[in-house]
Every structure is written in structure tokens, then in C-alpha cells.
Design a protein around this ligand. Structure first.
Ligand SMILES: Nc1nc2c(c(=O)[nH]1)N[C@H]1C(S)=C(S)[C@@H](COP(=O)(O)OP(=O)(O)OC[C@H]3O[C@@H](n4cnc5c(=O)[nH]c(N)nc54)[C@H](O)[C@@H]3O)O[C@H]1N2
Ligand SMILES: Nc1nc2c(c(=O)[nH]1)N[C@H]1C(S)=C(S)[C@@H](COP(=O)(O)OP(=O)(O)OC[C@H]3O[C@@H](n4cnc5c(=O)[nH]c(N)nc54)[C@H](O)[C@@H]3O)O[C@H]1N2
Ligand code: SF4
Ligand SMILES: [Mo]
Length: 701
């Protein structure tokens, strides 16, 4: 019998970076608990962390490449798989050009050290401009705002939740999501602490969420009207002479342009569209302006909507005009040990970069990526640059991207497809070959991205808990082998740990001796202190100034006005507006194969307001059909006044139907896919981000 040991590492499922204390014996996990000595998470974990062992032991998880044949999936060797994949991708690129092979990156890439560091090598080998990712169904508007205002897509302002006296949360539900673009493990306690020190937390959301229920105040807002609310507030700041720029005053450009741009959005004008009374908009603004410190934090609900670009710009503007940007208790910038911003410096380059437009729908492409909302079009529309071969890496767009049904058909029409993924699911089932990596407990880990979004500067390295077998591959090894096969070159000996070490040594804590070796001495993580005001040093705009009112945003106000203030008759065919929600015990589409997470009653329900249910004659727990322009689903009803009348809410990430997939636990609790209802034609035209919220739907008994 081997001895009982303890291993410390970070959970890499979501953005919270919780420290884990894992007791194990041989290959058996005895317990997974929160690491109380982790200086950042202090023992907090959510129920998903315990499921890490389920993914490790999961019998459905692939351990070896598989090839789709007429008689089913066949195991093949790594060498055969690499050779065959490379030959097919090369053939397509030789016949139809480099862009004929597309790539889709899913969310777990951002939680994977090896992928973050080795994807650029793979991309160089492939040389395609057809790059897609889940970012354009998520946080893209944050990056675009940072691009235009601060000069770098990764200079992301993070709410200083631990020191603020007033937090306004728009379209985020951190009590369930555990925070996003705001890494704050144990966020519930941090929110409670604001109230305990006499501060206030206000949530603006069409649903009285788990976070709203714990907040000081909840304000219902009609979906997709947040930009109007923010404009009304900014208008009030000017009108009542409440603007104070503080220490950033001498670097800010565009104040007069901004003032002129918001002129037509007085609270009395925007109130009825938002569903928030004029008086409430005025008092909320006055409260924020008067607070000793305050921060506005807008997330998913304010990003994945038709005006996500405007929302994230205006959120920054509100924080700047109230003197709360780059200030304690406001929105702050990290100084991460692996400093992505300096390593990918944009100093001296054109602010905002060069925007290109997609081939078929002419959607804007930021950060060298094409919006995922047009992935199906790029596959099915003939012509030069059409995608004929596809590589998906850690993503399941058939369930996660808008109009998954259309995407499923498009994938079925591809000449060749390969997926880097441990599972056969709705997306990877279309692949000719699946290359499965080891993941979770078997990888070394450092959160390059989430340390950037953290509410405090910390650094933590996790070594692998279980060694991988010789027959297994890391994601980065697969990427490297593919790159070598595609370019007929030899593989080097570079590893993620080596690159991490170089990055740490080149970073801002270099003089204090920061390196991988140093981090290894701190298995619970290193505390590097609270965020400090550093924006002036960090600005990466061409002229080193902060751009308050970039022209693209001013121009987009016309579209907002036309859609929200001058809109025509109500939509009679699809009278309800659908929004998404997240569940505590699932993460996007991929954690539902853990029995401990999905057992119990069906969580995939449509929430309807009691008045709407009564009008339609719908009973609680009955089955209804929800229909949109994209399709329909049959789903169980949950009647509750936590939702606004006229709005309905369905969880995202569900819909694991039995056909052709290998997720034996997930299929016992399938639910429906909300993205069979979302519409790929609804995008934020400014950023190209998918508008997953505010989808017009009909409800039928
Ligand atoms: N309607 C609606 N749609 C949404 C959302 C919404 O709120 N509403 N949310 C959006 C958001 S925020 C996001 S981020 C996207 C997510 O969209 P995706 O990223 O497309 O979906 P995931 O479920 O995260 O897909 C994860 C895939 O990666 C695999 N995987 C897990 N770990 C690893 C690993 O370490 N390596 C590899 N190679 N594969 C791995 C899993 O098996 C799974 O196939 O969905 C978006 N879609
Ligand atoms: N348990 C769990 N945690 C997760 C995930 C998960 O799937 N499960 N996914 C992770 C990922 S990939 C991400 S990106 C983050 C996202 O983290 P959050 O941004 O906190 O995302 P959600 O919980 O989806 O919260 C979005 C909120 O926006 C509201 N909303 C919808 N439309 C509108 C609107 O038009 N206006 C306003 N004001 N609100 C609106 C919804 O009701 C919902 O409460 O969560 C991460 N954490
Ligand atoms: S909150 Fe996120 S990081 Fe923390 S334990 Fe849960 S899934 Fe893991
Ligand atoms: Mo996300």
C-alpha cells in the first residue's frame, strides 16, 4: 500500500484560481479541499473542484487518438494520427490556399498554460487567417474597449472589490460564475464584506439572480438596454457637474467629444426603454458620484448582447468620470509576474490596431480573429477563402456558439476536421481524427491570463499531481508535433515550464528574484500585494494618452438609438426576450459527465414570470416549446417572479443528446441546448461579438 500524500495546486476549471489541497494514495484521490494556506483563495472552493477526480478517472475520456470510420471510432497510433492529419491539412491548403483551413479555440485554452504558450507556434505553422474562438461569444468587448482606450487588449480594468465602498454589477452573476474578468476566489464573502463595511452593492439584471438576492439593491433592466442606462448616468454626471477626473486628468483626451456624444441620452429619454424610472437613474448616479470609492463592473449580460461594445466602453467611461479608474476601491490594473502586456507590447503601434472584415458577412475582426457567429457562413459559402478543413481545440461550438444547429450542418459538410479534445461530443463527433490530451490533474499549471484579471497581485505554479503515461500527450505536445509535421521540421526541447520561467524572469518582479524556481518554493502561492495605481506607466496608446471617446464608439451610438429609442412595433411572432444563465454545478458544456455534478433533478428549465405563465395558461413544471427564428426546444417550466415579465431564462451549456457522442453520464441528464435557439445573425456590429441575450422567442404550451 502506498503512503497517503498531499498535493497543492490551483483548480483550473473557472477563472477564480482556487487553491486546492488534494489528499491521494497512489492513483486514488482521497479528498479535494480548499487550501486554507493559499494567500489568495484562503480555503474557498466551489462544488466543481471535487469533480476534477471524476474527469481524471472518466472511462469516456479518450487516452489515445481515434479515427472515424464507417464501422465506428478506431484507435490509431499518435504517429499515424499526426501524419494523416498533417497530410490532409496540407493537401487542402495546397489546393485552396492557407485560409482554407480554419481553427476554433474554446474556453479551456485560456485555462491551459501549454496551450497559451504553444498555440502561436501552431498558428505560425498553419498560416491561416481563419481563426475563431469563444472570445467572440464572451468577453471580446472588454478587449476592444481596452484596445481603443488604453492601447492594449490585455490592459483590463479589474474591480477593486476588497476596498470599494460601492459596487455596481451589470449583467454578471459572480455568486454562481465565481467572477469573470475579475478573479476573486470566494467572491461571495468579498461582496458581503463591502456591505459589512457600510458600503453598497447594486445589481442590474433582468433576473433577480443569486448575486442580486444577496446585494443591497437589485434593479430590473430590459435586456440589451444597459448602454442606455450607462449613457443616462454619464449624461447626469455632466448635467449635474459631478465629473471629476482625478489623477488621470492630465492624460485624458476626448472629454468634450464625449460630452457632446451623450447629449441626447438624458435619463428622461432613456428611462422607458430600459424599464428603469428616471428618478432611479438620477439617484443611482448621484450615489456613485458621492461614494468615497465606487466601481462599475459589467460582464456577460452586458457583453454578449447587440451593444456589448458600447456597454464596455461606457463602463470604463463611468469609472473614469467618477474618478474611480486606476484608484483604490475603483477599477484597477494588475502588475502580473508573467506580464503579457509588456511581453506583447504595442507601444508605438497604431492604437486599436488594423481592423479587418470577415469574408462573407463583413463583420469586424479584432485581435486577428473572425467572429464565431459567422463560422458556419465561412464554411458553407463558396468562393476564395472558404473553409474546407477545420481544427477545433478545446471547444464545443455546436453547443456553445449561436445557432448550433446550423454549425452542426456546416461541420458535416467539411472536407476534413480534426479535434484536440479528450471527449467525443457534439462537436468532435464530426472530426475525422480526435487527438486527446491529458489535462486537469496531470498538467503543470500557471494562470497566465487570470493573474492579469485578479483583484490582487499573486503568483502560483502548480506541478502535475499524476504523471502522464508515455503513451499519452499534453495539449502542447500535440500542437508542437502538428506544427512540426505541417512544416516538415524537427521538434525542439522547449516546454511550457521553460517558457514560463523565461517570462517570469523578464517580468516586473525580476529584481525580487521571481522565477519558476522561486514559485516552486511557494506551493500555496505567492502574495505580491494589492493592486496599485499604475495606469499612467502602463498605457500603450500610440501617444501615451487615455482615449475617452474613440470615434468608433461615438459612431455606434446611432445604431443604439435606432434600435432602442426609435424601434417600431412589438415582435408579435416572438414576444419574449430570452437570456442565458449559468448553474453552480456545471461549467459551460464540458463538466456534465461527472455524476456528482449532474445527479438530482433536472436543472435545465425555462424560467417564466407568473403573470406571463398565467396569461399563457402554463403550469409550473409543465413542458413548453420555446421557438425562435433558429429552431425550437421542448423544456420544463419554472415559474418565478425572479425574472422580469416578458423575459425568459434558460441555462447555457446543456443539451447532451445521446446520438453519436460518448458522454455516458451527461446523456442521463441532457437538458436542451439554448444555442439551438440563439441566432447567429444577431451580433454586436461594433465588435463582432455574438448577441446571445435578448433573443426574441415564442412560448407555446
Ligand atoms: N447562449 C449562450 N451561449 C454561450 C454562453 C452563454 O452565456 N449563453 N457563454 C459563452 C461563453 S462565456 C463561453 S466561454 C463559451 C464556451 O464555449 P466553448 O469553449 O466552445 O465550450 P466549452 O464547453 O468550454 O468546451 C470545452 C471543450 O474543451 C474540452 N476540454 C476541456 N478541457 C480541455 C483541455 O484541457 N484540453 C483540450 N484540448 N480540451 C479540453 C471539452 O471536452 C469540450 O469539448 O460558450 C459561450 N456560449
Ligand atoms: N458555475 C459556473 N461558473 C462559470 C461558468 C459556468 O458555466 N458555470 N462559466 C464561466 C465563463 S466561461 C464565464 S465567461 C463566466 C461568466 O460570468 P458572468 O458574467 O457572471 O456570467 P453569467 O452568470 O452568465 O451572468 C450573466 C448575467 O447577465 C444577465 N443578463 C442577461 N442579459 C442581460 C442584459 O441584457 N442586461 C443585463 N444587465 N444583464 C443581462 C443574466 O441574467 C445573468 O445573470 O462564468 C464562468 N464561471
Ligand atoms: S470557483 Fe472555479 S476555480 Fe474555484 S473551485 Fe470552483 S471551478 Fe475551481
Ligand atoms: Mo466564457
Amino acid at each position: 500500500m502506498s503512503e497517503i500524500k498531499t498535493h497543492y495546486r490551483n483548480c483550473n476549471i473557472c477563472e477564480a484560481m482556487c487553491g486546492l489541497e488534494i489528499q491521494y494514495q497512489g492513483e486514488e484521490i482521497l479528498s479535494i479541499k480548499g487550501d486554507k494556506e493559499d494567500p489568495f483563495s484562503k480555503g474557498y472552493i466551489c462544488p466543481k473542484a471535487v469533480a476534477l477526480q471524476d474527469f481524471y478517472h472518466d472511462g469516456d475520456r479518450l487516452r489515445q487518438p481515434v479515427k472515424r470510420t464507417i464501422s465506428g471510432w478506431q484507435k490509431i497510433s499518435w504517429e499515424e494520427a499526426f501524419a494523416e492529419v498533417a497530410a490532409n491539412l496540407q493537401r487542402i491548403q495546397q489546393e485552396h490556399g492557407k485560409d482554407a483551413v480554419g481553427v476554433y479555440l474554446g474556453n479551456p485554452n485560456a485555462h491551459n498554460l501549454g496551450n497559451i504558450l504553444f498555440l502561436p507556434i501552431f498558428y505560425r505553422a498553419l498560416g491561416t487567417k481563419n481563426r475563431f474562438s469563444s472570445a467572440s461569444a464572451d468577453q471580446l468587448p472588454h478587449h476592444v474597449a481596452s484596445n481603443y482606450m488604453f492601447g492594449h487588449w490585455m490592459l483590463i480594468p479589474v474591480p477593486d472589490i476588497d476596498r470599494t465602498d460601492f459596487m455596481l454589477i451589470i449583467g454578471g452573476n459572480p455568486l454562481v460564475s465565481n467572477g469573470s474578468m475579475m478573479t476573486a476566489p470566494g467572491v461571495g464573502k468579498r461582496i458581503k464584506a463591502i456591505q459589512e463595511r457600510g458600503g453598497k452593492v447594486v445589481v442590474v439584471d433582468p433576473r433577480r439572480t443569486e448575486t442580486a438576492a444577496k446585494a443591497s439593491e437589485h434593479i430590473f433592466i430590459r435586456p440589451e438596454c444597459d448602454a442606455l442606462l450607462l449613457l443616462g448616468m454619464i449624461h447626469t454626471l455632466f448635467q449635474e457637474d459631478l465629473v471629476k477626473l482625478g489623477h488621470l486628468e492630465d492624460v485624458i483626451d476626448g472629454l468634450a467629444d464625449l460630452k457632446a456624444a451623450v447629449q441626447t441620452f438624458a435619463p428622461e429619454i432613456v428611462a422607458s426603454a430600459t424599464g428603469i424610472p428616471e428618478g432611479k437613474i438620477l439617484s443611482l448616479t448621484r450615489e456613485i458620484a458621492a461614494a468615497s470609492s465606487a466601481v462599475c463592473y459589467s460582464r456577460m449580460g452586458a457583453s454578449t448582447q447587440s451593444f456589448g461594445g458600447l456597454c464596455q466602453w461606457l463602463t470604463n467611461v463611468l469609472n473614469i468620470l467618477t474618478g474611480n479608474m486606476d484608484r483604490e476601491g475603483g477599477a484597477m490594473f494588475t502588475l502580473p509576474a508573467f506580464d503579457f502586456v509588456s511581453l506583447r507590447s504595442r507601444k508605438g503601434k497604431k492604437t486599436g490596431g488594423e481592423v479587418t472584415y470577415s469574408r462573407v458577412r463583413k463583420l469586424p475582426c479584432y485581435n486577428a480573429e473572425v467572429p464565431v457567429a459567422t463560422l458556419a457562413d465561412e464554411i458553407t459559402t463558396e468562393g476564395e477563402g472558404q473553409i474546407r478543413g477545420l481544427v477545433t481545440i478545446a471547444g464545443n461550438p455546436v453547443l456553445s456558439a449561436p445557432n448550433g444547429t446550423k454549425l452542426k450542418r456546416a461541420f458535416g459538410s467539411l472536407e476534413y476536421m480534426v479535434s484536440l479534445d479528450p471527449y467525443i461530443n457534439e462537436t468532435t463527433r464530426h472530426a475525422n481524427i480526435i487527438l486527446p490530451p491529458v489535462t486537469g490533474l496531470q498538467v503543470s499549471h500557471y494562470d497566465i491570463f487570470f493573474h492579469i484579471f485578479a483583484v490582487r497581485n499573486t503568483a502560483k505554479y502548480s506541478s502535475p499531481l499524476f504523471q502522464k503515461k508515455r503513451s499519452e500527450r499534453f495539449d502542447w505536445e500535440i500542437l508542437k508535433s502538428l506544427a512540426a509535421h505541417l512544416t516538415d521540421s524537427k521538434e525542439d526541447n522547449v516546454t511550457p515550464d521553460l517558457m514560463l520561467d523565461q517570462g517570469l524572469r523578464a517580468g516586473p518582479y525580476n529584481e525580487e528574484g521571481m522565477s519558476l524556481e522561486t514559485l516552486k518554493k511557494y506551493p500555496h502561492g505567492m502574495d505580491l500585494g494589492p493592486n496599485r495605481p499604475i495606469l499612467k506607466e502602463r498605457l500603450q496608446t500610440e501617444d501615451g494618452r487615455l482615449k475617452l471617446a474613440p470615434q468608433v464608439y461615438q459612431d455606434d451610438l446611432k445604431r443604439l438609438k435606432a434600435a432602442t429609442l426609435e424601434q417600431g412595433a412589438a415582435n408579435e411572432e416572438y414576444p419574449f426576450l430570452m437570456i442565458s444563465r449559468r448553474l453552480t454545478r456545471s461549467h459551460n458544456t464540458w463538466t456534465q459527465n461527472s455524476y456528482r455534478l449532474v445527479k438530482g433533478k433536472n436543472p435545465c428549465t425555462v424560467i417564466i414570470h407568473p403573470d406571463d405563465a398565467a396569461r399563457l395558461g402554463i403550469a409550473d413544471k409543465s413542458l413548453v416549446k420555446v421557438r425562435s427564428v433558429s429552431g425550437d426546444v421542448d423544456i420544463e417550466v419554472e415559474i418565478s417572479d425572479e425574472i422580469m415579465p416578458g423575459v425568459v431564462s434558460i441555462p447555457q451549456g446543456w443539451g447532451h443528446k445521446k446520438n453519436h457522442i460518448r458522454l455516458s453520464v451527461a446523456t442521463t441528464q441532457p437538458g436542451v441546448s439554448i444555442n439551438d435557439l440563439t441566432d447567429e445573425n444577431r451580433v454586436d456590429l461594433l465588435t463582432g461579438n455574438a448577441a446571445l441575450n435578448g433573443i426574441p422567442v415564442a412560448i407555446e404550451r
